[in-house]
Design a protein around this ligand. Structure first.
Ligand code: DC
Length: 219
């Protein structure tokens, strides 16, 4: 999916939780006038709906069926079946089950299909997640793998939880982050990995402006 005169670039951003994907994605999208898709929000929406409907997150078939019929609109707010679930999506209940939901191959198949359709409909954009450059859009014009130290990532996630008024104990945030990183990188279906040709960026002690300048030289 290379850029042509009438299509805009496709930028794929992957990395673990709290690495700075969303901040970088937002800055790049604003800078280049592109739309942006947070694919983690889509997996969170499925996890949210499973909890909402009393579906066991470990029941692969039931969760896959739910994923296929679910309406998910990812924008500044995330709407699930028409209802704004932005706050719940970032809360501890969804966070604790989302890795199990994201490990479900049938759920992934459906989400990948929707993510590719989103790119087609938007003629490009900035897409962030775990498997974007490896699986969803391997022909992206720019592939970025974002990382940061574990301590910094835990600090950012704690700040985010605070910002969304989901009160969490910082040590619980760090433990949960480590648990999810492990699950996301060791699962069978599309584990988190650095894609071939990806620019690897460590965001630990760097400003977003500096990183944006660096990655734009690769576009
Ligand atoms: O980025 P996040 O924390 O909102 O992601 C939520 C979960 O979804 C996380 O456990 C990893 C998973 N995920 C995934 O497996 N593939 C993606 N493309 C995006 C997120």
């Amino acid at each position: 999916m290379s850029s042509s005169p009438d299509s805009r670039p496709v930028i794929a951003i992957d990395g673990p939780a709290g690495a700075g994907k969303s901040t970088l994605a937002a800055s790049l999208a604003a800078r280049l006038g592109l739309d942006r898709l947070d694919t983690g929000a889509m997996y969170r929406a499925v996890a949210f709906a499973a909890l909402r409907d009393g579906v066991d997150p470990a029941d692969a078939r039931a969760v896959a069926e739910l994923a296929r019929r679910l309406r998910i609109d990812v924008g500044p707010a995330v709407r699930v079946d028409g209802v704004d679930a932005s706050r719940e999506l970032r809360g501890p209940a969804v966070t604790s089950v989302v890795s199990a939901v994201a490990a479900n191959p049938e759920v992934r198949r459906e989400m990948v299909r929707r993510q590719r359709a989103w790119v087609e409909a938007h003629s490009g954009g900035v897409i962030e997640g775990r498997d974007i450059a490896t699986v969803v859009l391997p022909d992206a014009d720019l592939k970025i793998y974002v990382t940061a130290s574990e301590a910094e990532r835990a600090r950012r996630r704690a700040l985010e939880a605070e910002a969304t008024a989901n009160d969490l104990d910082p040590s619980a945030v760090a433990a949960d982050l480590a648990r999810r990183d492990h699950l996301d990188s060791t699962r069978q279906s599309s584990p988190l990995a650095v894609a071939e040709g990806a620019v690897v960026v460590d965001t630990t002690d760097r400003s977003v402006e500096e990183i944006v300048e660096e990655v734009l030289t690769r576009l």
